[in-house]
Design a protein around this ligand. Structure first.
Ligand code: FAD
Length: 223
């Protein structure tokens, strides 16, 4: 059996989604040594979000990251129309918002996470371990003292002053900490799908509403 790799850091974060990666970036930027453990080998998750909203873009602006982010491929949506019973109305216009970017940027979430990882790596205290699945918390002296993970190279124990669970809705860290989830339910089910797009198809983002149903079409270039 492979020996357990022992690591020490100041902050250990379970999960390299938007929450974990942004926290990792912010801590590293503040000079705090941080390690993010992500169970997948890359950030590629289809249908995990495509929209970066004006408020998020504003945060990226405040962090000095906006220009670099928007130099990556993306589409802009300044407004949206709605078709009700066959009548078209232009109902959303982001261009008047008092922010740097009065639009939604369409960029797959994995590009956004790749970008945050790159930005994090510009600080010496930032570390991300891919293919590292958190399996348990290390508890010592009545406190959470670290994370236990399985990696391709064998087990890993990472001790830290602060441990953060950002491992999503099925969080192992939350479960092992004994936190109880408060369920709110979901008011609707959403089905995401990809359809090929012909060059002469309309480019507007469109909401089509009928009793009990809503279809949203988003122009993503060729689909
Ligand atoms: C279908 C869909 C479409 C969406 N569209 C948008 C959108 O267009 N715009 C938008 O802003 N938001 C969108 N969202 C919401 C957005 O995806 C979430 O709000 C966001 O991903 C939550 O981030 P998070 O970091 O908290 O969790 P997550 O994104 O779930 O990240 C958790 C991370 O932890 C990792 N992980 C899990 N378990 C472990 C473990 N044991 N050890 C190590 N790592 C682990 C996972 O692999 C994952 O990378 C969408 C969500 C869904 C489901």
């Amino acid at each position: 059996m492979a020996e357990t790799l022992e690591i020490r850091t100041t902050c250990a974060i379970a999960g390299g989604g938007p929450a974990g990666m942004m926290l990792g970036f912010l801590l590293a930027r503040a000079g705090v040594e941080v390690t993010v453990l992500e169970k997948h080998g890359d950030f590629l998750r289809d249908f995990r979000g495509d929209t970066i909203h004006p408020s998020t873009l504003e945060v990226m602006h405040e962090l000095g990251l906006l220009e670099a982010l928007l130099s990556r491929p993306h589409q802009k949506m300044q407004g949206a129309g709605i078709e009700i019973g066959g009548r078209f109305l232009n109902v959303v216009d982001f261009s008047h918002l008092p922010v740097q970017c009065g639009f939604i940027a369409f960029m797959p979430q994995w590009h956004f996470l790749d970008f945050l990882a790159e930005a994090g790596h510009s600080y010496p205290g930032f570390r991300i371990c891919m293919n590292a699945e958190v399996t348990d918390l290390i508890k010592e002296g009545g406190r959470v003292a670290g994370l236990r993970a399985k990696t391709a190279d064998g087990p890993m124990d990472i001790r830290a002053d602060l441990v953060v669970g950002a491992d999503g809705r099925g969080s192992t860290a939350r479960d092992r900490a004994g936190f109880v989830v408060r369920e709110y339910g979901a008011p609707m089910d959403v089905l995401w799908m990809r359809l090929s797009r012909r060059p002469d198809d309309p480019s507007d983002t469109l909401f089509r509403v009928a009793p009990g149903h809503l279809v949203i079409t988003i122009d993503r270039g060729d689909y």
